[in-house]
Design a protein around this ligand. Structure first.
Ligand code: ADP
Ligand code: MG
Ligand code: ZN
Length: 585
């Protein structure tokens, strides 16, 4: 079937079929040549009716009469037959009449057969080249990619974390002279469409080095060893470019770097191991001065083989999160920049597009531009954005339910502020650096990041307070929405608080049941586990009551912070300071 890819081959094939048909038709006509017995032939011979005789080795000879008719008769097969005929004044030919009508289709056939052979040889040559190129990868470098950090809106933290890499790529010798070890590999992780590829491109563009992009799935082949050899080729190519510096980008690294599942060594896993090993070998093979940085991207960091993430490999991990409202505003502005923009309220659209990725926003604006163009509108207007929004939402809602309902957003916000508020009240020395309702790989709904105080020991009081902060999320849900509307969002909090309370009682000698005994040392002995669980529960219950009281007492404050969080989606310590919340109880 591949041969048919060259459609010109159809021409000689159809010519061949036509001429074949013509020939068959002619032969059919020919075979209608009549047959006469030898006796009748001899009669013609004696009555001198014959003009020409064609003698061949075949059992028949062909006879042409003077009146033009031809017939066949048996070959006499006598050595002197020719002589006898000649003596009688008959023309004798030792081949069949050159039927001129037949020569044309035969010639056509020959030509078409030859051209078919030539063409198929050529295309099979191509095919065999394709087989050969299985182990050579088409990693085309984008030499002067005009991407830079200006193409990446928002993602400030991520951009900040790769700035030194850009500097290193510009000047690897300088870093080498300081003995500074640059990360050879950077792992960008986060949801699809958040701009991981974009950022990698921008790094290459900012540093002005070639960008070699491949995808992990390119390396998974049917033939064992092909992936590994492709990896080697890729690095050779990147090193061999005129600058000697490069950014190698491996998208979907999970395709080759998935956690090995141990027992299950089915089909492609051997291949994947070889490819992964080749990658690790190549990465440890080049030295710091070279100026080659490998950037990989994945949606799931937790799925990756830990070997990939060790020092000297992809040891810098950068999370690319979904954009919050201010980032979305920047992304919208960026993508509207080179388009005719009418009365679009960018801030409002940033609000409407919560949980949209950068790619989704880009898609939205593109749809709006298409609609405006269809309507022959001079500029893209709000109404076009409205139409595009319902199109984009409809498309995405079917695929995944990432258009989170307003009520879910509100619950997430109260939950997160619950943590933050309790922390502000009872652990005033721990700075809350970030509260967000933008989901991340770290927390399902949102998360609150606080920087713990540096201390060598954690005392009983501190551990209790930590549990209080952990329970603050659930407590806020219950106080605000009622005990029937508490959510599954507290699962991780409860795991952690349970673990702390269990350790207090069984490991640190802070409980009553075991006293100063350590449960680990007693593991064989018959310990009354019910009693321990009972004590844990009592501890947590009493702490929870206390936490709920804090929330109730500070409901007003809870509401104030939550409203701000719902508006901004991400709050930093400065925003909290601006709210002037009194910290001590
Ligand atoms: P990922 O690699 O994380 O799946 P991409 O880098 O392929 O995402 O992003 C797809 C497109 O979405 C980009 O080409 C760009 O148009 C848009 N985009 C995503 N994030 C951003 C951003 N932070 N700023 C501007 N555009 C973005
Ligand atoms: Mg991508
Ligand atoms: Zn929580």
């Amino acid at each position: 079937m591949k041969m048919l890819k060259n459609k010109f081959i159809l021409i000689p094939i159809s010519v061949l079929i036509l001429s074949l048909g013509l020939l068959v038709f002619m032969n059919y006509n020919n075979s209608s040549i009549s047959y006469k017995s030898y006796i009748l032939f001899e009669k013609d011979l004696s009555s001198k009716n014959i003009s020409t005789i064609y003698i061949t080795d075949s059992p028949k000879i062909r006879v042409q009469l003077k009146n033009g008719t031809t017939y066949e008769t048996d070959n006499p097969r006598t050595p002197d037959a020719k002589e006898t005929f000649l003596e009688k004044g008959i023309n004798v030919f030792e081949n069949y009449p050159a039927n001129s009508r037949q020569t044309y289709p035969i010639a056509l056939m020959a030509i078409s057969i030859i051209s078919i052979i030539i063409m198929s040889l050529k295309s099979s040559g191509k095919a065999s080249k394709r087989v050969l190129s299985l182990d050579s990868l088409d990693a085309t470098a984008v030499e002067d990619s005009n991407y830079n950090f200006n193409n990446v809106a928002g993602n400030e933290e991520a951009k900040e974390s790769v700035k030194d890499v850009v500097d290193f790529l510009k000047n690897p010798e300088k870093y080498a002279s300081y003995g500074a070890r640059m990360p050879k590999g950077i792992m960008l992780y986060g949801q699809p469409g958040t701009g991981k590829t974009l950022l990698a491109r921008a790094v290459a563009g900012e540093a002005d080095v070639p960008f070699y992009a491949v995808s992990g799935s390119d390396f998974i082949q049917v033939y064992v060893g092909v992936g590994a050899s492709r990896i080697r080729q890729l690095f050779k190519k990147a090193r061999g470019n005129s600058q000697g510096k490069a950014v190698i980008f491996i998208d979907e690294i999970d395709a080759i770097g998935k956690k090995r599942s141990g027992s299950n060594s089915s089909g492609g896993s051997d291949e994947r191991d070889q490819t992964l090993n080749a990658l690790l070998t190549e990465m440890s093979g080049f030295d710091e001065k070279e100026g080659i940085v490998v950037i990989a991207a994945t949606n799931r960091l937790d799925m990756l083989d830990p070997a990939l993430l060790r020092p000297g490999r992809f040891d810098r991990h950068i999370e690319i999160t979904l954009p919050d409202i201010s980032s979305r505003e920047k992304i919208i502005n960026l993508h509207l920049k080179n388009k005719p923009m009418g009365n679009i309220n960018v801030h409002e659209w940033a609000q409407k597009t919560s949980y949209f990725s950068g790619a989704k926003i880009e898609n939205l604006i593109n749809e709006a531009a298409i609609i405006a163009c269809k309507e022959d509108s001079v500029t893209i207007e709000n109404k076009h954005m409205d139409k595009a929004f319902s199109i984009v939402l409809a498309g995405y809602e079917k695929k995944n339910r990432d258009y989170i309902r307003d009520i879910d957003r509100k619950i997430t916000a109260y939950h997160e502020v619950g943590h933050a508020l309790v922390s502000l009240k009872i652990l005033p020395n721990e700075k809350i650096s970030k509260i967000t309702i933008i989901p991340s790989t770290k927390g399902a709904g949102g998360y609150t990041l606080s920087i713990p105080e540096d201390k060598l020991y954690e005392n009983k009081d501190y551990l209790k307070r930590r549990i209080m902060v952990l329970l603050g999320g659930r407590a806020a849900e219950e106080v605000v929405f009622g005990s029937n509307y508490i959510t599954t969002g507290a699962r991780n909090d409860l795991q952690r608080s349970t673990s702390i309370s269990f350790n207090m009682i069984t490991q640190y000698g802070m409980g009553k049941t075991l006293g100063l005994l350590n449960m680990q040392e007693l593991h064989d002995l018959n310990i009354n586990q019910d009693e321990i669980i009972h004590e844990c529960k009592k501890l947590i219950d009493s702490i929870y009551t206390e936490v709920k009281n804090i929330i109730i007492e500070n409901r007003h404050c809870l509401k104030k912070i939550t409203e701000l969080l719902l508006e901004k989606e991400t709050l930093f310590s400065k925003d909290l300071e601006d709210l002037k919340i009194t910290t001590h109880r």
